[in-house]
Write a protein that binds this ligand. Structure first.
Ligand code: ADP
Ligand code: MG
Ligand code: MG
Length: 870
């Protein structure tokens, strides 16, 4: 069994394809080595070894350690120095790296192999005593905190003590003597905390570090991160042992991280930061604010252009945007990591479209590069540019968008407040992996320290969350829960607004507006349409919604609910009058008052959707929903209508139902009060006819809700057709209209063959269908469904993603049976599921013609429809 893969001197045993076995980092190191990019030599212990390690109860699998020693010899040879050697020592980093990148989740130990003996060797070799001690104190800190779990803060406190005593701010201002003293303090701390001397045997150090890397796979933060991102627990991590190169050897050394393109906007430019005279973690941890890469261009132009060339080479090879980590040791560049870079939605679409133009990828690949759900980010509101706002500080715009919320100062508070339904902004000096949970629930994140590649920035972008970092002007008192900027104090619970696009921090709640979309968005939508079979319509009840839907490229309205139209104060009066009527005559009179309103609504919507089909659902909810609830309201109604309070109350009583969702609603109302549906059909058809006269094409599709039995549909269809024909005759125009039904009850689905003989289209109302097939009340299931999901009794909330095994099967039956008796049957879905990518994939699979979702989900649905086909 092979547990270890070597890389070095331009040749690697592994490749970039082997992410499962070598983890992302290991695969990247192997690939870069094979591409002839300068990478320090090293080797990767496989994820399989990690899995074995756990299987064996935390023991190295047989033969693994021997392989490690053999590979270490090869690294020694390649680097020309010896592990543990007192004259010319090899130091290594021990780095975790799972298949999926988990920023900051698993910890890395640098400078391993140092002890009092090899330290002498390091001094002798580099003639740089300060550097050697700096390296030593870093090693003890990392080893102590990561491998033996000593609170890192204890090391940092000692460091701060030394700095304070000397009156300096930065580590780089400490001299050899300070660092030497610090090393002694650290060793004492180690002994005090662990009861043992700091391990001086480099091989012992290595063994312990490898174990720690493996163990970190089940560390709390890693487990939380995996849960949040749906990464399985049983993959394990690889462990990379890499010869150290030193960025902390002086001003012609340094370390940096970056992206081959701007991860925020997608712009094609090298986007990176670096810190001179520093080692790896310094940049990411946000302890010192790093310099822009342009600074490197000034200081070391040759290195800069070498980096640019490497970025180009990597992009051409991977055909994607990458992130990179590098270190410069005394004017020589080494690459330490690369992987496909995380990016915002805006960047994702720009990069995808640009790369098609650059002929790096084809259109299909471009579409697959964008997660449908990600598009939602683009549709997030931004701060109204016309609004007057009070900007109190400016940081780095790490992740775009806008966020309004109440300030909290710890991840835990963020979680507690969010639990209570508060919108919060998490404000921290810097974030660390422990804060993930709080970051996930916050509207936005603000940090005082750290650069564009700090933890907060990377995680923020990954989550699509507005984030401002490195806002040095604010003084945060995390413990006391307030921050100051100038003479302004912002306390816990105060509102602030973040502008992640400009980096501005604004006092109070700024007004938000919808942003304009980049041109690439429309290109992607066009391609998505071209490559998908499913069409996307929108659910829209108002002309305004209809316009949004159309702008986003909806090809029709799949559900226009008519009941919302009744809630306007003027209309509800007439509607209540209708409900309270005793005779058909009275009812008709009341309905006559409502009709002009309805007609007006339809004219507005039809106009917006000219030329595209509009599915109008006739009245669906039970009547009692329209009646007043409080005594006060009843009193007012009684006065207005000249009906006694008593009579209204008794009417309300008669309309009450134990189970309204299974009660007198949908076509059951239409059948018992035909004049209601008749009025609605008239309003629809008159609107259509009037527009047709003005040469505006309208395609109404009249939809009968809650049909369970074909006879219900028959009766309602006859009424609809008769009414429609009358209207058309009256207006002397012909309208191309259809009559169809919702399939939202199990009986309807099972008898779809009979129903299809009467219907020209079906629209699956999967909210009600899930309710009726699953026997789950939409309104009450919240009491136990979360428990079911937490305990993995069911995988997912069936109201969010179609339960394909149950509800989905019934849909499939309805599709097959329906098409059997009616070849031209048009099939769609208009439940919430219509905007859910997984459900959309299912709808594609069972051969529906369209999905319909809320207007703002149209882009997501269009891309998901393309993904389903690709
Ligand atoms: P992470 O997964 O958190 O990015 P890494 O294993 O990439 O952790 O290590 C963090 C940083 O440590 C790297 O970006 C790099 O700067 C530094 N580092 C890791 N290995 C080496 C090495 N062999 N020589 C010099 N620096 C290293
Ligand atoms: Mg790390
Ligand atoms: Mg890294």
């Amino acid at each position: 069994k092979k547990y270890v893969y070597y890389f070095g001197d331009g040749k690697a045993e592994g490749t970039g394809q082997m992410k499962d076995l070598l983890g992302g980092k290991g695969a990247g190191l192997a690939e870069m080595t094979n591409l002839g990019i300068p990478v320090p030599s090293g080797f990767t212990i496989t994820t399989e070894a990690c899995r074995e390690y756990f299987r064996l109860g935390k023991k190295f699998p047989q033969g693994m350690w021997e392989e490690v020693l053999r590979n270490l010899k090869m690294v020694e040879k390649s680097m020309g120095c010896k592990f543990g050697d007192a004259k010319n020592p090899l130091l290594v980093s021990v780095r975790s790296g799972a298949k999926f990148s988990m920023p900051g989740m698993m910890d890395t130990v640098l400078n391993l192999g140092l002890n009092d003996e090899t330290l002498k060797g390091l001094i002798n070799k580099t003639k740089n005593e300060r550097f050697a001690y700096d390296t030593y104190r870093r090693f003890i800190t990392m080893f102590g905190s990561i491998v033996t779990d000593i609170d890192r803060k204890k090391f940092e406190d000692l460091l701060d003590e030394v700095k304070n005593k000397k009156g300096v701010n930065l580590d780089t201002e400490l001299d050899t003597k300070d660092l030497k003293a610090l090393v002694e303090k650290y060793k004492k701390l180690y002994k005090k905390e662990t009861g043992k001397d700091f391990p001086s045997d480099p091989y012992e150090q290595l063994k312990m570090a490898i174990k720690a890397v493996f163990d970190s796979w089940y560390g709390d933060r890693a487990v939380t991160y995996r849960r949040l991102h749906g990464i399985p627990d049983d993959l394990g991590t690889a462990c990379n042992i890499v010869a150290m190169v030193f960025g902390n050897m002086g001003e012609n050394s340094g370390t940096g991280v970056g992206f081959t393109r701007d991860p925020s906007t997608g712009e094609k430019r090298f986007f990176a930061e670096f810190l001179p005279n520093a080692q790896g973690e310094d940049v990411v941890a946000g302890i010192r604010t790093p310099l822009k890469i342009e600074e490197l261009k000034k200081r070391m132009p040759r290195i800069y252009s070498q980096l640019e060339k490497i970025c180009n080479k990597l992009e051409r090879h991977y055909k994607d945007m990458l992130d990179i980590e590098f270190t410069i040791q005394e004017g020589k560049l080494y690459m330490l990591q690369t992987r496909v870079g995380k990016r915002t939605a805006r960047a994702a679409i720009k990069i995808a479209v640009d790369m098609v133009k650059e002929k790096l990828i084809d259109k299909k690949t471009a579409l697959l590069r964008i997660e449908p759900e990600q598009l939602n980010q683009l549709l997030h509101p931004t701060i109204d540019p016309k609004a007057e706002v009070k900007v109190i500080a400016k940081g780095l715009p790490a992740s775009p968008g806008a966020a309004v919320g109440k300030v909290v100062f710890s991840a835990q508070d963020a979680e507690e407040w969010a639990e209570k339904g508060e919108k919060v902004i998490l404000v921290r000096n810097e974030t660390s992996p422990e804060d993930i949970g709080g970051m996930a629930v916050a509207q936005g994140i603000l940090t005082a320290r750290g650069g564009m590649t700090s933890h907060a920035a990377v995680v923020g972008r990954g989550m699509g969350k507005c984030c401002v970092v490195g806002c040095g002007a604010i003084n945060i008192h995390e413990e006391e829960k307030y921050f100051t900027v100038g003479d302004i104090t912002v306390r816990e619970g105060d509102f602030i607004t973040l502008n992640g696009t400009t980096g501005e921090v604004i006092l109070g709640q700024a007004p938000l507006v919808m942003p304009s979309l980049p041109e690439e968005f429309y290109t992607i939508m066009k391609w998505a349409e071209k490559f998908s079979k499913l069409q996307v319509r929108a659910n829209a009840d108002t002309p305004k919604d209809a316009r949004v839907a159309r702008d986003f490229g909806a090809v029709g309205i799949g559900l226009c609910r008519t009941e919302h139209m009744f809630f306007d104060p003027e209309r509800i009066k007439a509607f209540r009058e209708m409900i309270l009527s005793d005779s058909v005559e009275q009812r008709r009179k009341a309905l006559e008052k409502i009709k002009p309103y309805q007609k007006e609504d339809f004219i507005g919507i039809f106009k917006e959707m000219k030329g595209l089909p509009v599915t109008v659902r006739l009245l669906d909810p039970p009547l009692h929903e329209f009646l007043p609830k409080t005594d006060e309201e009843i009193e007012v109604l009684s006065k207005e209508m000249g009906v006694s309070v008593k009579k209204i109350k008794s009417k309300i009583k008669t309309l009450e139902e134990f189970n309204p969702m299974l009660g007198h609603r949908g076509c059951r109302l239409g059948i018992t009060y035909p004049e209601v549906y008749e009025m609605q059909v008239k309003a629809i058809m008159e609107a259509a006819c009037e527009l047709a006269r003005k040469k505006i094409k309208v395609i109404p599709e009249i939809m009968i809700p809650l049909v369970a039995h074909v006879n219900e549909l028959k009766i309602m269809k006859d009424l609809t057709v008769k009414t429609a024909e009358e209207v058309m005759k009256q207006y002397k125009v012909k309208i191309d209209y259809k009559v169809g039904t919702m399939i939202e009850l199990a009986r309807a689905a099972i008898t779809a063959d009979q129903i299809a003989e009467e219907a020209e289209f079906f629209s699956f109302g999967t909210n009600d269908l899930t309710q009726s097939v699953y026997g789950l009340s939409r309104d009450d299931a919240g009491k136990f469904l979360p428990f079911y999901i937490d305990h993995k009794i069911i995988e997912e909330d069936p109201f969010i993603s179609i339960d394909t095994e149950g509800v989905g099967q019934i849909m499939e039956i309805a599709v097959k049976k329906g098409r059997r008796t009616n070849k031209n049957l048009k099939l769609g879905i208009c439940g919430e599921h219509g905007g859910d990518p997984k459900s959309i994939e299912f709808c594609h699979k069972i051969g529906l013609n369209y999905v319909s979702c809320s207007p703002y989900r149209v882009p997501v649905a269009k891309l998901a429809a393309a993904h389903a086909k690709l």
